[in-house]
Write a protein that binds this ligand. Sequence first.
Ligand code: ATP
Ligand code: ZN
Length: 293
Amino acid sequence: MSGRLRIAVQKKGRLADESFAMLKKCGLKFSVRGDGLLARVKNLPIDLLLVRDDDIPNFVANGASDIGLVGENVFAEEKLTASIAGVEIIRRLGFSRCNLCLAADENGPIQTLKDLNDRKIATSYPGILTAYLKNNNIDAQCTEMKGAVELAPRINIADAICDLVSSGATLEANGLRAFETILESEAVLIKSSADLGREKQDIYDRLLSRIDGVIRSQGSKYIMLNAPRSQIAAISKILPGSDAPTIIPLGTDDDLVAMQAVCTEAVFWETLEALKENGARSILVLPIEKMMS
Ligand code: ATP
Ligand code: ZN
């Protein structure tokens, strides 16, 4: 392979758009169109390998790609059922969140994990499901389906299902109810332990530091406010997940200061109300686009 870092990404689907969005936030310039298998990043020595998500762990394992962005659900399943030893999760990326759940007829006899004994469960995740049942001493049978798992109970292929759930709307539409979460999944960055070589290692390190910046800035806010000097300590305590705020004297007024802080936790209306009760005025909450420490 050339000196260009290769990233395996889902070509089309629930993971693809947010994966592209994250890479764009990292400053990568590329366009994905047509049937191409590779998209060239114009401003950095990086190529995107555009594939089905299920193939990503294997491509990273066999060196077809250096790193990959994939759902933890797929990675965990491949870990249990394919030979991808040496491929590990480097970062959790905070997008494409979903849960792998057990579900059954909302009015039927299966309402808890124990009710699954001697039952049949349809799933696309036989590895994860089998391990989970074993850990919980449940003796049930797994039936593998590649898709449309939610239809299995209705056509009597299975008594319950183990499938991905995000809003629960698909389950509801099929008269099913989730009663147990097996795995909380999000997109992850994976990499094999194989040596990248100097050139690609440098590009990878640079990309990883940008990804870290994107992860940190997700949900982070910059807060600016004015306050009486006497209230600095009280206000600092309320600012969510911030280090020591910057304090700036305000003009000629000796008593009034401007305070500025990066908040790494969510800033709610309740936070603003508490700040105001403690003397803060002219409170501004701004989004943060990038961060680098
Ligand atoms: P491919 O053609 O690449 O194999 P797919 O049909 O297997 O696509 P998608 O439905 O696009 O996969 O989902 C890809 C990933 O997106 C899932 O493995 C999961 O990590 C994540 N995801 C997030 N929300 C959901 C959801 N509600 N249902 C299914 N997957 C979800
Ligand atoms: Zn898939």
